[in-house]
Design a protein around this ligand. Structure first.
Ligand code: NAP
Ligand code: GLV
Length: 297
């Protein structure tokens, strides 16, 4: 099989193995698909209409991510360039991280670590490090898809009541926000979900509530979140993604009740290798003229 495949630096070597097995040479380099038949890109690569219009030979954009908000899907559709993603293989890793953030924010783990390292721990104290109960509380899952459902599975192990809100059903968002002790976001970033959680929604949450975002930063109005945390409108947050990633909203890093992670939802060695393989398999299928397993458009 022939075809020029541009692969972005940082894509795990597992992808190159899949491409080599199919007889495809990968060219690891800059974000330029002028002469490429296929592009294996990262979620940090902005694939806009201008880029796609300049890529005259492109037969697939294979994103190494399940989210495709970095790609102008409408332009790709107009130009007839298929786009694929890497669903399923990262569901468990991302759900694990969401639940880790939920526990860490509830039980103040980031604060506790800093406290001990800073030499503050001089002895057990009945009032030291008091946090929030998780077991038996109510979790609101916003976006009842693959990852949202996997987070719910974990929550049931903690005997939590789980509420869902989704485009196609479940509880109204306002009701879920008012009833939940923990709210975990799992919707894709689209025009409809940008700032889905803003000042109005944060005001509907319990003062004891914890917000977890492992979906996409712009789903939350981060300035409104900082304000809500400052005045105690909600209790805490666990964030893996940020509105203007990698920058943080002013004031966010100063809030001790927030646990921050650098977009590592799918970051396990095995999961990232599987994502790379899946993205490469999508390319092999496209260049063979076969159905693309994870075609988004
Ligand atoms: P998925 O299976 O497609 O689930 C998305 C869910 O969101 C679906 O249930 C969908 O509802 C719902 N939804 C879509 N638009 C909505 C809206 N406007 N209002 C309410 N609900 C809406 O996707 P997934 O595999 O779980 O992944 C979810 C997202 O997680 C990805 O898009 C990505 O941005 C993010 N992610 C982040 C990381 C990380 O490293 N932090 C890792 C993986 C994924 P319907 O079923 O009703 O359409
Ligand atoms: C990660 O954020 C993904 O969308 O896969």
């Amino acid at each position: 099989m022939s075809g020029r495949v541009r692969v972005r630096p940082g894509v795990p070597a597992a992808a190159l193995g899949v491409l080599a097995e199919a007889g495809l040479a990968a060219d690891v380099g800059a974000l330029d698909a002028t002469d490429a038949d296929a592009l294996l890109c990262l979620l940090t690569d902005r694939i806009d209409a201008h880029f796609l219009e300049g890529a005259r030979h492109l037969r697939i954009v294979a994103n190494m991510a399940v989210g495709t908000d970095n790609i102008d899907l409408a332009a790709a559709a107009r130009l007839g360039i298929p786009v694929s993603n890497t669903p399923d293989v990262l569901t468990d890793a991302t759900a694990d991280l969401a639940f880790a953030l939920l526990l860490a924010a509830a039980r103040r783990l980031a604060w506790a670590d800093r406290y001990v390292r800073g030499g503050g721990f001089v002895g057990w104290n009945p009032e030291l490090g008091l946090g929030l109960d998780v077991t038996g509380r109510t979790l609101g899952v916003v976006g009842a898809g693959r990852i949202g459902k996997a987070v719910a599975e974990r929550a049931r192990g903690f005997r939590m009541e789980v509420l869902f809100h989704s485009r196609s059903g479940g509880l109204a968002l306002d009701l879920l926000l008012a009833r939940s002790d923990f709210v975990s976001l799992h919707v894709p970033l689209t025009p409809a979900t940008r700032h889905l959680i803003g000042a109005r929604e944060l005001a509907r949450m319990k003062p004891s509530a914890v917000l977890v975002n492992t979906a996409r930063g712009p789903i939350v109005d981060e300035a409104a979140l900082v304000q809500a945390l400052r005045v105690g409108q909600i209790a805490a947050a666990g964030l893996d993604v940020f509105e203007h990633e990698p920058a943080l909203a002013p004031g966010l890093r100063d809030l001790p009740q927030v646990v921050l992670a650098p977009h590592i939802g799918s970051a396990t060695i095995a999961t990232r290798a599987r994502m790379a393989e899946v993205a490469a398999q999508n390319i092999v299928a496209a260049l063979r003229g076969e159905p693309i397993p994870n075609r988004v458009i």
